[in-house]
Design a protein around this ligand. Structure first.
Ligand SMILES: *[C@@H]1O[C@H](CO)[C@@H](O)[C@H](O)[C@H]1NC(C)=O
Ligand SMILES: *[C@@H]1O[C@H](CO)[C@@H](O)[C@H](O)[C@H]1NC(C)=O
Ligand SMILES: *[C@@H]1O[C@H](CO)[C@@H](O)[C@H](O)[C@H]1NC(C)=O
Ligand SMILES: *[C@@H]1O[C@H](CO)[C@@H](O)[C@H](O)[C@H]1NC(C)=O
Ligand SMILES: *[C@@H]1O[C@H](CO)[C@@H](O)[C@H](O)[C@H]1NC(C)=O
Ligand SMILES: *[C@@H]1O[C@H](CO)[C@@H](O)[C@H](O)[C@H]1NC(C)=O
Length: 550
């Protein structure tokens, strides 16, 4: 058995006393099939003054005229964008003040719609899970536990992340001003910048959680979040990871590259992925820093100038500032976040039957989504002081990775979220819910089923990500899920059944012996059988009682 799986089970064993657990080894190795969807702020070729004024972003994959969206070869066509106009929850009381409302209509109202298996902002590529010149070959990648990778695989992953931190995104550029100021002071200088692949990953997250600027001298409005505290939490982060994974595949020229995951549900106060061969050990010079032996000690964060964004109404850009800060288990002021989630928390959360519950917010109770996100106890009950699962893993890091607007700057974010996505995918597999359980309206702004997730381009809805990954998105997880330990009442039941069986077998042996000895006499047999049956029915009644508790 692999070391990771071993310690997973060991943790469980010590917590749940003696009893052996069911070894449900659920290797998620599924038939890889075709799928829907697309990728990507805005393609470089669309952010010209003319492009912005037209509201249309329909480039050609071949770059020739009269081939927008590859229409000349039947790949796709330029269509108007539909954006969700259903009611959203009461959390966001403004209207028309935020560029992200009815995304992406403030910027563009026409985009490519690709035919068949084609995809991408210009229909020049294939949907997730397909490849080949005509996008007819299936392809799937396997996301694995980072702790189970070989040293060579770990090294390759760390090197790839570092390359992504330094490689300019080939297609996408970021907007660094609100729409109102997007054409610059002279009205003819689009305010867009190149950004690296990894920093794009950080920027999209920042953009989705940033406050609404209400005007100079006014406090910005913080009660808005297009990627957290709502049903879109799981779908948004799923697409976020897919985008990074595909960008890295392209960068590496390796279609089989898969993001690994960090099984953070190991309890205890040790960050097992915080080693220099992975995400970086703790520096011996500063408890809040990453070891100089790790490449990540050289990384600098973006999106840190919150003061500027909130008072000037500017937007995060690609300029890098301070190093990553991280102090695993170091938040002495908040003991509750000094320990990682337990395996049992995952078991409990996967048992929840309802995807999300009104008000579809961070106050939802008995909601799978609010539980995996970590605002509820792992068993589903909402409790304002609880931080569990995903939230707990973030807060445990006590640093860059624990602050929402900055968190993806710490690359642990990637692995923390692939594991969160693995739990989401396992929940989809076990409960097979169908699209209807995802709320169509009254979720917080950004979280309705048909809302285009902010700020991805071309438009992709929450619904498109609410599908099982192996059959639709071209990836699977290789995970051994922890199994539920026996409860006290189950243990009692098992003991009683065992005792009854022993008694039955024992008395059967005795009875047979008696019968053999007193064969032919009814006096010797009757009282003994009677006694045995009486005892059995007593035990039987007790057993039923304990079973009803299970
Ligand atoms: C699309 O956007 C352009 C540019 O902002 C605008 O002129 C046009 O009226 C819009 N079309 C629709 C249908 O909203
Ligand atoms: C792709 O489609 C074109 C046009 O239908 C065809 O000529 C070509 O053989 C196909 N290529 C492959 C690899 O299937
Ligand atoms: C899309 O790909 C699948 C899987 O290879 C194939 O069966 C299907 O025919 C393709 N669809 C189109 C429209 O090419
Ligand atoms: C952005 O990157 C592209 C491609 O690498 C390059 O052609 C372009 O000049 C860059 N733009 C700026 C403003 O640096
Ligand atoms: C990038 O953002 C920083 C922080 O807000 C700001 O000081 C800087 O001027 C910005 N750079 C550009 C080119 O806008
Ligand atoms: C880290 O923990 C300290 C208390 O030990 C706390 O004051 C600080 O706010 C925490 N930092 C983050 C980013 O959570």
């Amino acid at each position: 058995m692999d070391p990771r799986g071993g310690s997973f089970l060991f943790g469980l064993r010590t917590r749940t006393t003696m009893h052996n657990h069911r070894q449900l080894c659920l290797l998620v190795m599924v038939a890889l099939n075709l799928t829907p969807l697309i990728l990507a702020q805005f393609p470089r070729e669309c952010v010209t003054p003319v492009g912005l004024r037209s509201g249309q972003c329909c480039p050609s994959p071949t770059g020739v005229v009269n081939d927008e969206c590859g229409s000349a070869t039947g790949r796709g066509q330029c269509v108007s964008i539909s954006a969700d106009s259903r009611r959203h929850g009461p959390q966001y009381p403004h209207d028309g003040q935020d560029d992200r409302e009815r995304w992406p209509l403030r910027f563009f109202n026409r985009t490519c719609r690709c035919n068949g298996n084609f995809s991408g902002y210009n229909c020049g590529r294939c949907r997730h899970g397909l490849t080949g010149p005509n996008c007819t070959q299936s392809i799937s990648v396997v996301r694995r536990n980072v702790m189970q990778m070989t040293s060579a695989e770990k090294k390759a992953f760390v090197t790839a992340l570092d390359m992504a931190k330094r490689t300019v995104h080939p297609d996408l550029v970021i907007c660094t001003r609100r729409y109102q100021e997007v054409l610059g002071p002279d009205g003819n200088t689009p305010q867009f910048e190149n950004i690296t692949i990894y920093n794009y990953f950080v920027w999209t997250h920042y953009y989705s959680v940033s406050k609404t600027f209400l005007g100079a001298g006014q406090a910005s409005f913080g009660g808005v979040d297009f990627s957290h505290e709502g049903p879109g939490f799981v779908t948004w982060h799923r697409f976020h990871l897919l985008q990074l994974e595909r960008d890295m595949q392209d960068m590496l020229g390796d279609a089989s590259f898969a993001l690994p995951y960090w099984d953070f549900a190991i309890g205890g106060s040790e960050c097992d992925v915080c080693t220099d061969d992975l995400l970086g050990a703790r520096s011996v010079f500063d408890v809040n820093s990453v070891s100089p032996n790790s490449i990540f000690s050289q990384w600098r964060v973006i999106c840190e100038s919150v003061q500027d964004y909130d008072t000037l109404g500017t937007i995060c850009n690609n300029s890098e500032t301070s190093p990553i800060r991280r102090n695993p288990a170091g938040n002495v002021a908040r003991p509750m976040v000094q320990k990682l989630p337990e395996p049992q928390d995952v078991v409990d959360c996967l048992d929840l039957k309802t995807f999300d519950t009104p008000p579809y917010y961070s106050t939802s109770s008995e909601s799978f989504r609010n539980t995996i996100e970590g605002y509820s106890a792992p068993q589903g009950g909402y409790d304002p002081v609880v931080r569990s699962l995903h939230n707990l893993a973030h807060l445990f890091l006590n640093g860059t990775g624990g602050q929402t607007h900055l968190s993806p700057n710490d690359p642990i974010f990637v692995l923390l979220h692939t594991f969160t996505d693995a739990i989401f995918d396992e929940w989809l597999r076990r409960h097979a819910p169908g699209e209807a359980v995802y709320p169509e309206e009254n979720a917080p702004i950004g979280h309705n089923r048909q809302f285009n997730m902010v700020p991805f381009w071309p438009p992709v809805t929450n619904a498109e990500m609410f599908v099982s990954a192996p059959g639709n998105l071209g990836y699977t997880y290789e995970v051994t899920w922890p199994s539920r330990p026996y409860t006290v009442s189950e243990i009692i039941t098992i003991v009683i059944v065992a005792v009854v069986l022993i008694v039955l077998v024992g008395s059967g042996v005795v009875a047979c012996g008696m019968r053999a000895r007193f064969y032919g006499t009814t006096e010797g047999l009757e009282p003994l059988l009677g006694e045995t049956f009486r005892r059995y029915s007593e035990d039987d009644r007790r057993m039923e009682k304990s079973q009803s508790v299970v």
